[in-house]
Design a protein around this ligand. Structure first.
Ligand code: CA
Ligand code: CA
Ligand code: CA
Length: 407
């Protein structure tokens, strides 16, 4: 238990020092044996630390700005074994995770596999129309659920990052729903694929997407402003998105088969990206490689921090077979299980992700010149300012081309 508390605090610096840590275990000694009992006992600033296990309950945050986390939220093995299950067939009795709608971004849900849906507003306790939660949702997996008629996250206006949302198929529902509905925050490094319903609701100013992989139709009301989407792979086997359309949404978008590892090897929806450099084998627990390489690898925002992405793997300490220069798109981007591409697969300064560094990329650098905003794509050395140091890195790549070819 002490190790879990420590790793949690190290990994999530946001857990406030002054708050209590309330432990939950359904089959071992802890403060409580259900998550909801711990939430009921918590006050703003507290953390609810949940040990691995199957928790067959629905939880409600009730407006509390607290952290509810598994023991090792950035460890995918721990995420897979810390499960909230509330997804009755054929239609659930309510959300598996309910927010009141008043929670701030300091409220956090981290590191769970959730069978059921997340609703960011409690109409019964707080019937104010625009009051959606701003809670942060990170390192969560929602797969193989019925959801709320196919919708698995709704009315969450905070940051949703490093979440895997795949294979949710409500076969009995005939309504037109979105997998992610009425969320107006930022969705970063998520993989949303193979869900029955069209992917994401866009309207009324959100959400903003960055470094994501979306495999299905996007849809939004054409009368509303176009969504802001950047460094995202929007792919549908049934519909081609052309380069002009993708560029109109934002920089760095692509529309190609993401080359997920075939499901027969790893079970439904792991969505690791195949690589001829290095790729994490989930069932094996080791680094391996493939015949093909996903274009989503190292194609995220050049200015995004690499986070926990490995620079080398133990089998290749001198980076002979691959090198990591940018964050990956999708759920494993910025995590320890990010695939590593072969050399020259992408270029640091290829902001437009069109395989060469030229005037199109220079235009983005110029836009961002002397910008102090975070994660402007021209900030190649990731120090939050675009200046001559970034220009020097740009010049290193000038007129270079990647090794992948257009089909
Ligand atoms: Ca990378
Ligand atoms: Ca380019
Ligand atoms: Ca810089």
């Amino acid at each position: 238990m002490k190790k879990a508390v420590l790793s949690c605090i190290i990994l999530f610096g946001s857990i406030p020092c002054h708050g209590r840590i309330i432990t939950v275990d359904n089959d071992g000694p802890a403060d409580f044996n259900t998550i909801q009992a711990a939430i009921n006992d918590a006050n703003d600033g507290d953390s609810v630390l949940v040990m691995p296990g199957l928790y067959q309950e629905a939880i409600s945050f009730s407006g509390k700005d607290i952290t509810v986390t598994s023991a090792e939220p950035t460890n995918w093995s721990c995420v897979s074994t810390t499960v909230i299950y509330y997804d009755d067939h054929p239609s659930p009795g309510g959300p598996a995770v309910l927010f009141k709608g008043t929670e701030q971004s300091s409220c956090m849900l981290a590191g769970f596999t959730i069978y059921g849906y997340i609703q960011g507003k409690d109409w019964q306790s707080y019937p104010v129309d625009d009051a959606n939660t701003h809670a942060t949702i990170t390192y969560c997996k929602i797969q193989n659920c019925y959801g709320d008629c196919g919708t698995v996250i709704s009315r969450c206006d905070g940051l949703i990052s490093n979440c895997l949302i795949t294979d949710n198929n409500h076969v009995f529902c005939v309504c037109i729903c979105h997998t992610i509905e009425e969320c107006k925050g930022v969705i970063r490094n998520c993989t949303i694929a193979n869900n029955r319903h069209s992917g994401i609701w866009f309207g009324d100013g959100g959400p903003v997407l960055e470094n994501c992989i979306i495999v299905e139709y996007l849809s939004w009301n054409a009368e509303l402003p176009a969504p802001k989407i950047s460094f995202t792979n929007i792919y549908s086997p049934h519909q081609q998105y052309d380069a002009n359309f993708l560029a109109s949404l934002g920089p760095g978008n692509i529309s190609v088969d993401p080359c997920f590892v075939p499901s027969q090897e790893i079970g439904v929806g792991s969505c690791h990206l195949r690589s001829a450099g290095w790729r994490w084998s989930q069932p094996g627990g080791y680094w391996t490689w493939d015949d093909v390489t996903s274009r989503c690898i190292d194609a995220g925002n050049p200015a995004s921090p690499l986070g926990a992405e490995p620079m080398t793997v133990p089998r290749d300490p001198n980076s002979i077979y691959g090198t990591n220069v940018r964050i990956d798109m999708g759920v494993y981007g910025g995590t320890a299980q990010a695939s590593i591409p072969p050399h020259q697969w992408t270029l640091l300064a290829d902001i437009t992700n069109d395989r060469k560094v030229d005037f199109n990329d220079l235009a983005f650098l110029a836009i961002d010149w002397q910008s102090g905003d975070e994660e402007h794509p021209g900030d190649f050395d990731r120090n939050s300012i675009v200046n001559l140091n970034d220009f020097a890195l740009f010049v290193e790549d000038w007129l270079e081309e990647t090794i992948w070819q257009e089909n």
